[in-house]
Every structure is written in C-alpha cells, then in structure tokens.
Design a protein around this ligand. Sequence first.
Ligand code: MN
Ligand code: MN
Length: 304
Amino acid sequence: MLWTRAVSPPPAPALTPEDRAVAAYVGLAIGDALGATVEFLTPREIQHQHGVHQDISGGGWLRLKPGQVTDDTTMSLALGEAILAAGRVDARAAADAFDAWMRGKPVDIGNTVRRNLITYRKTGNPEAPPSEHDAGNGAAMRVLPVALATFGQPPDRIAAACRAQGHVTHHNLLSDAACDTLVAMTHDFLAGNGLDAARQHANALAVLHPVFSWHGKRRDNPSGYVAETLQAVFQALFATDGFEACLVDVVNRGGDADTTGAIAGMLAGACYGPAAIPARWRKAVDAEIRQRVELQALALMKQG
Ligand code: MN
Ligand code: MN
C-alpha cells in the first residue's frame, strides 16, 4: 500500500567539531580585523565616526589595510605552527616562534609580550618570571591553537598546555585563569554544547576570581587588563544570539577592541558555526590569512 506523507526538508547535517574549529579561527581573524579599526576609541568616539561600526574597513591607529589583522591573529598562527612542528604544545617551541614573529616586525605588539620575549633572548628560559603586574590579555588572545590541539585530552594535559603557552610571556594567575576558561568554553562549543555550558565556565571564573565578575555594570572601553577584556566579551556573548550581533556589540565598546573582537569571534565562531559568519566579513578579511587559519584549524584538530 502506498503511503503519502508530507515532505519535510531533510534535517541540516549536524556541525562537526572541525566545522566549529574552522569557524572559531576565522572568527578570531574577523574580530581582530573588525575591532582594530576602533581600537583605543571610546564608544562615543566610535558613534561619532562610524555610527555603528560593523564593516571591516581597515584604518584605525595602526592605519591598517581593509581586512588586515594584527598581533592577536598573527601570534596565534605563529603558536599554531610551533604546535604542529613540535607535535605538542611546547614552551620552548612557542617561545622561539614568538621570538621569530617579533623579529618580523609585527604591526603591533603588547608591552608585556615584548619585554618577556627580550628577557627570553637573554636567559633562554621559555617561562617568564612570575609577575602580578602581567595580567594583560596577551596570552588569552592567542590561546585558540592550544584549545584546538588539546580537544578531547584529559584535564591535566590541557592545563599543562595552557601553562606552557601562556607563561612564555604572561606568568600570572589571572591570565592563567582566563586562558583555562577560554579553552574550556571553546571545548564545550566544539562538542556542540551551547551557551549555557559556556556561561557556567564564565560564572565559575567569576567565583574563583571575583575581579572577572561580568554581571554588573556594562563594561565599555575595556582595557588590555584581562579581567576587563573578558567582562566585555562575556557580556556581549551572553547578551546576543548570533555571531554578527556578538561581534558588533563587543567592538562598539571600544577600548582594546581588536582583542575583544578576536576573543569574541573565536567563541562565537565555535558556538554558532561557519554558516553564521556574514559573507561580507568572510570576503573582507585578508584572503591569505583566512586560508592559513582554515588550514591550521583542521591540522590542529587532527593533532588532538
Ligand atoms: Mn592586536
Ligand atoms: Mn589589542
């Protein structure tokens, strides 16, 4: 007997962790390129100059070409190449890669990164001396390759990898906690767990270190202090329901906008997947960089 039934569209294929990894890395580069235009501006200045800043247009204090990325993306790529070459997350390999990156005269470089890489040249010790002052966002902004290379690994190995990478330039408890949290959130997103799982990690961080508490006042004009950076990122991520809305929210807060953009882009890319990334941003970001991050994301996932 013949059954007639309503034809429903086939269910969309579920996103794989690899799809989400690629979207995270492309999201990082897009957020960096988008935010760099308004880095160090206040929300009022952004509004005056751009209305709502939502196009990858270059410029900014670094006078970037449209689509050009900054240290957030290029340090991540240098780290990822070092992980792939060494076959694991290795402090010395990372330090050498960052040192080579610095010799290449990057378009921007953080003070803590520069100081501790110069110290590394003198001492040969790939672990920076501990410092309560080194709580900048420089280790957190480049943590994505570690997250991809350690996906599915046991917690102690993940933590050791985070320490090895972060301490090359930022040997600091708050930086460590931020890196751990971003990696845990990224792993949950890669596994297909949504915003609620990520919110639990953000809340746990704020309980452990109340300086990260992100439930209070709106964090506009976030500085390079990692606690302010993550407050802005968490507020934008958990107040929106899509990749584009999250990135537009966070970069229009100004301040260290390329870095909040990069971190938010990484998280939102992993959360929402490649189809959520607007085509105009995908086309606008530097094409060579986009190819490199896509390939490296897949290579790092194979390594894990
Ligand atoms: Mn930057
Ligand atoms: Mn920055």
